[in-house]
Design a protein around this ligand. Structure first.
Ligand SMILES: Nc1ncnc2c1ncn2[C@@H]1O[C@H](COP(=O)(O)OP(=O)(O)OP(=O)(O)O)[C@@H](O)[C@H]1O
Length: 439
């Protein structure tokens, strides 16, 4: 099968009709063009009624999609305020009090696609993912800060790890800080460290993540959840490249690269005042967007085959066609994480089409699977599929708690005993809000 080696999209032009920049034109070089008053936007307008990141136009398979980025004064099309709409050539847009005309150009922009179907542990054969894979080697080789955006479960963590592993810092540590999982009063200590006695409970001195990542990379996951009062401190540390442990005046020089990720659109967060613009610019040096699974359904067979092979310990390691077919037809709001969970359920329950209503439930559940509690087995309010999911989830949770208890909360020992991939166990625990000791 011949595969495309380039992503091709049509160029478009924006012309300012009214407003301080009247007469200015901007042609698109990328699939997305952002209009706003912030420096660094593709079309920067000085009109005070324009928000920092006001709206974006994206070339998609369905056409040119206009999206308002939660601007203060709104985006209009033919006088009507719109949140998102597809643009036709000649459409006049209102951005605050500035008006612009959208025009097609008879030119194409071509961007190379990778020939590879993976980068590190991240797999993908769709053009959307191969476009990301084509960019990653260059990004990994540079020292720049990277911002990865994408919905939850799209693989941002895997991409961050792959960037570290193919960077010149691969020999150093990869330190993960999940900003959404740390209580706000502890986040400063987590990032910068503390000395003994700096606060109640600080029984010993401890380096923070930035210090611990010396020679390596810090992955700031869910950076959009970083409390506002912490944001200037982070910015200062990144600009000055030094930190001081809490309770100490001694500056510690930093030698680490930052890769940050978020499931939010940080431009919207900046418009809403929830994320500081200066920190956003500091992080947004290189931006990668990981597309959601619904924009790359061509990846589903490859991912299903990969997860299936990882999970099936005996028997045929290729997924049944029925399973592939059933999974390819679903919507995946939880993206790859949810797809993986679905493959897991299918393997666990020995059921090729776990959602087929009325499918019989005789599939060979493993011996260790406790039968669902009687009150779970039949609930008139639930469909077969929902009831089965509820019971499986309950069983999984009970299993994981027992497993952790048996191994004193040690993740590696638990994974070995369950004959499960360590990162997979970690993922399962996270899904059930359970925590293990990482050793
Ligand atoms: N392209 C991919 N290839 C293989 N596995 C993937 C891919 N994308 C995601 N996964 C798997 O899906 C799960 C979720 O991935 P990951 O944690 O990297 O997503 P995320 O976008 O960082 O999620 P969150 O926003 O919730 O932190 C993991 O088990 C990961 O191994």
């Amino acid at each position: 099968m011949s595969r495309s080696t380039e992503l091709v999209f049509r160029r478009f032009r924006l012309k300012v009709l009214e407003g301080p920049e009247r007469g200015l034109t901007r042609d698109s070089d990328e699939p997305e063009l952002v209009i706003g008053s912030a420096p660094g936007t593709h079309l920067t307008l000085t009109d005070p009624t324009v928000s920092r990141h006001h709206c974006a136009i994206t070339a998609t398979a369905e056409g040119f999609l206009l999206r308002d980025l939660d601007s203060k004064n709104g985006t209009t099309m033919a006088g009507y305020r719109v949140r998102s709409a597809y643009l036709k050539a000649g459409t006049v847009l209102g951005v605050g009090e500035t008006s612009l005309r959208f025009e097609h150009l008879d030119e194409e922009v071509r961007q190379p696609l990778s020939h590879e179907e993976r980068y590190g542990r991240a797999l993908g054969q769709s053009a959307a993912m191969r476009r990301v894979f084509a960019l990653l080697p260059r990004i990994a080789g540079s020292a720049s800060t990277v911002l990865i955006e994408g919905e939850t479960g799209t693989g941002k963590g895997l991409v961050a790890e792959a960037i570290h592993q193919s960077s010149p810092r691969a020999g150093g540590p990869f330190v993960v800080v999940d900003c959404s999982a740390i209580p706000p009063n502890l986040i400063e200590a987590e990032l910068f460290g503390h000395v003994k006695g700096a606060f109640t409970g600080a029984v010993a001195s401890r380096p923070g993540a930035f210090e611990a990542a010396r020679g390596g990379t810090v992955f700031l996951d869910e950076i959009g959840e970083l409390p506002l009062d912490m944001q200037p401190k982070l910015l200062r540390a990144l600009e000055e490249r030094i930190v001081k442990r809490i309770g100490s005046l001694d500056p510690v020089p930093l030698d680490m690269r930052v890769v940050a990720a978020t499931h939010r659109d940080l431009r919207k967060e900046v418009n809403r005042g929830r994320f500081r613009a200066d920190l956003f610019y500091r992080l947004n040096v290189v931006r990668i967007r990981i597309p959601p699974l619904r924009e790359r359904i061509e990846d589903i067979p490859l991912l299903v085959a990969h997860f299936y092979e990882q999970l099936v310990t005996d028997g045929d390691p290729s997924p049944p066609a029925e399973l592939l077919q059933a999974l390819a037809q679903q919507d995946w709001p939880g993206n790859v994480r949810e797809l993986r969970a679905a493959v897991e359920r299918a393997v666990l329950l020995g059921d090729a089409a776990p959602w087929r209503d009325g499918a019989d439930d005789e599939g060979g559940a493993p011996d260790s699977a406790a039968p669902p509690a009687p009150e779970d087995a039949f609930d008139p309010a639930l469909s077969f599929r929902a009831a089965k999911e509820k019971a499986t989830s309950r069983w999984e949770r009970a299993y994981l708690r027992g497993l952790l208890r048996a191994h004193g909360g040690n993740l590696s020992a638990a994974a070995r005993a369950a004959r499960m991939d360590r990162s997979h166990l970690h993922e399962l625990l996270r899904r059930h809000d359970l925590s293990a000791r990482e050793e």
